[in-house]
Ligand binder design. Structure first.
Ligand SMILES: Nc1ncnc2c1ncn2[C@@H]1O[C@H](COP(=O)(O)OP(=O)(O)OP(=O)(O)O)[C@@H](O)[C@H]1O
Ligand SMILES: [Mg+2]
Length: 240
């Protein structure tokens, strides 16, 4: 994305959620986005994924420019090129695991490539659970279903907003390990917003946002190094 700004109007006020963000997310890489609450992380993710339109600037997803697209085309494009994982698993309770996973394909009017579905299910470790309902699964297993659903359309990018926010430490580590694996083994590009330095350490690079601007990038950081960078950011913000 290039020189992206996003201004929300709240009554008589303007909120500058993004103030000129220029960044390229490496294809086949795992990028984490961190920053204090309200720094613009979710807005960044939403603009990058075409869930929201920037006020100014340009956004490319793969080789397509999103920023000037109408809502209908944008919806199509999101279905084709973006996969989503959120803190809430957003599964449909009445559908089986397999039907939840293939839902985006059916919504897009495509057919299910059986071999690819099997491969995705195997990679996320749900092989023996495809006939279950979401309510019969643990939180970690439900998030694996959400990840499989995000991967099944072979998206350009998987966007994750606090994907481990609702999980305990051990289960979170499993889901993060899986995200790492889809990057390493499948060449999938992943962008993940997180508050957690331990989660961010799974990524190749961490972008730090503060007040709508990318203020730093850390490559291959340990969770300690990332935590130190975060608290320094918190201190400098408090000093303003
Ligand atoms: N739809 C909206 N309307 C008005 N203001 C908004 C809207 N969405 C976000 N904002 C404002 O934009 C700023 C950035 O919000 P954003 O949700 O991107 O932050 P965040 O970094 O994801 O925060 P958190 O860590 O709490 O999730 C905040 O000041 C927020 O209040
Ligand atoms: Mg957020």
């Amino acid at each position: 994305m290039n020189a992206v700004t996003k201004t929300y109007r709240r009554g008589a006020h303007e909120v500058h959620a993004l103030r000129g963000v220029t960044v390229g997310l490496p294809r086949g890489g795992f990028t984490a986005v961190m920053g204090p609450s309200g720094s613009g992380k979710s807005t960044f993710l939403h603009c990058a994924a075409g869930l929201d339109t920037p006020t100014s600037g340009t956004v490319h997803l793969g080789d397509v420019e999103l920023s000037r697209m109408g809502e209908t085309r944008l919806t199509e494009l999101r279905r084709e090129k973006a996969g989503f994982v959120f803190q809430a698993f957003n599964l449909i309770p009445s559908l089986s695991v397999a039907d939840n996973i293939t839902l985006p394909l059916r919504l897009a009017g495509g057919r299910t490539d059986r071999a690819w579905l099997d491969e995705v299910v195997r990679r996320v470790g749900l092989g023996d659970r495809v006939a279950h309902r979401p309510s019969q699964l643990s939180g970690g297993q439900q998030q694996r279903v959400a990840l499989a659903r995000a991967l099944v359309t072979r998206p350009e990018v998987v966007f994750a907003d606090e994907p481990t926010g609702a999980l305990d430490g051990t289960t979170a580590a499993e889901v993060l390990g899986l995200l790492r694996q889809v990057v390493d083994a499948m060449g999938q590009t992943v962008v993940m917003v997180t508050h957690d330095p331990v989660a961010a350490a799974y990524a190749d690079q961490v972008l730090f946002l503060a007040e709508g601007v990318i203020v730093d990038t850390v490559r291959s950081g340990t969770s300690d190094a990332i935590a130190r960078r975060m608290s320094a950011l918190g201190r400098s913000m408090a000093a303003v």
